[in-house]
Write a protein that binds this ligand. Structure first.
Ligand SMILES: NC(=O)c1ccc[n+]([C@@H]2O[C@H](COP(=O)([O-])OP(=O)(O)OC[C@H]3O[C@@H](n4cnc5c(N)ncnc54)[C@H](O)[C@@H]3O)[C@@H](O)[C@H]2O)c1
Length: 337
């Protein structure tokens, strides 16, 4: 990986035990990898129900785990299981969720059950076990489609889908649990995360994964709308860094919502052209299809709170992150053709 975690965090996590829910998924597997690099013992809980979840993501970490990685196939809906595995963990990095916005519109009950009741279960198990802090994977979708940029945490949430509503409900729970029970929590609002191990085969694949798949297959990447929509694309190491900083905070975070992003806006047209160049296919030109209903035009994070509360700043910029990601997709997608 691109980031030297021991250089950034020294011995802080050595011999510490942490639970990563959703650790067989894309982001969870990177948090797990960072923790393993830092000498921590990691329990990963995943029921493999998400489009991105696969034990292959955690298996690649076994060589560096040295017996410090435990993989449990199970659900955050299983309270007795949580009651068995959370005690002894100092930190919980709660990444498990069903993650697709369009699917959440089709299946609001299932999404709310897994995402909200599942989070309730994680918070209750963490409270009972005296966990030092729960880090929660919140989402920039909480901002909805308001045109104001950059997005600042003080803006009122405006969820536009069951998925976004689930995430906002969880943020509220985190703050409520911190105030009522002294269980410290942090709600890290991720903006468009990308990187190696993000699933390219899902119907809901994130745009970078979808472009990579098209380019490797020699097809023009498809852009919905005019491509001038922009996003704060954020390399996954930055999310790992934010989670590690939140865990290390010497002051209580008390459920604060904190944007985690790169702080730079890239248009989808720029992204497609850059990826085609990086993957040696500058001849491929984006094909435009009608705009998708509900797509937000622009997204950009204000990072002042992340800097102030966590001392966060991105550790990997957009271009080096994209380069590493593109190389990874090239390797795995070429092998699977
Ligand atoms: N990728 C992004 O850009 C992004 C942006 C904002 C927020 N998030 C949030 O970050 C977290 C991780 O996202 P990701 O991109 O790695 O997705 P992912 O689908 O790769 O990972 C989520 C994991 O959670 C697991 N899971 C789902 N339901 C579960 C359950 N009931 N019990 C145990 N495990 C369960 C899935 O199997 C999967 O492995 C999610 O909470 C997601 O909502 C992601």
């Amino acid at each position: 990986m691109l980031t030297d975690w021991p250089k950034l965090h020294g011995d802080f996590f050595r011999h510490q035990k942490a639970l990563v829910t959703g650790g067989a998924g894309f982001i969870g597997s990177h948090i797990t990898e960072g923790l393993l690099d830092l000498g921590a013992t990691v329990v990963v809980l995943d029921d493999l129900s998400g489009t991105g979840g696969s034990w292959e993501n955690a298996e690649v970490l076994e060589p560096k785990a040295g017996g410090r990685l435990t993989r449990i196939t199970g659900s955050i809906l299983d309270k007795p299981l949580l009651a068995r595995i959370v005690p002894g963990c100092r930190y919980v990095f709660h990444q498990a969720a069903l993650g697709s916005v369009p699917r959440s519109v089709e299946q609001p009950e299932l999404y709310t059950h897994v995402n909200v009741v599942g989070t309730l279960n994680v918070l209750e198990a963490a409270r009972a076990a005296g966990v030092a802090r729960v880090m929660f994977a919140a989402s920039s979708s909480a901002y909805g489609d308001t045109p104001t940029l950059p997005k600042i945490e003080t803006m009122p949430p405006s969820p536009r889908s069951p998925y976004a509503a689930n995430k906002v409900a969880c943020e509220a729970m985190l703050s409520g649990w911190a105030a009522s029970y002294g269980l410290d929590t942090a709600a890290l609002r991720y903006f468009n995360i990308f990187g190696p191990r993000q699933n390219a085969n899902s119907a809901y694949a994130a745009v970078i994964a979808a472009f990579a798949k098209a380019i490797v297959a020699g097809q023009d990447p498809v852009i919905f709308g005019d491509g001038e929509q922009s996003r704060d694309f954020t390399f996954v190491d930055n999310v790992v860094q934010a989670n590690l900083l939140a865990a290390r905070s010497t002051r209580p975070i008390q459920g604060q919502v904190i944007n985690i992003a790169c702080g730079q806006r890239i248009t989808v047209n720029e992204l497609a052209a850059q990826m085609a160049r990086m993957m040696g296919r500058p001849d491929l030109k984006a094909r435009h299809e009608p705009e998708r209903a509900g797509d937000v035009k622009h997204s950009l994070a204000d990072l002042a709170r992340a800097r102030q509360v966590l001392g966060y700043q991105p550790v990997v910029g957009f271009e080096p992150g994209l380069n590493a990601t593109v190389q990874w997709y090239h390797q795995v997608l070429t092998a699977s053709i």
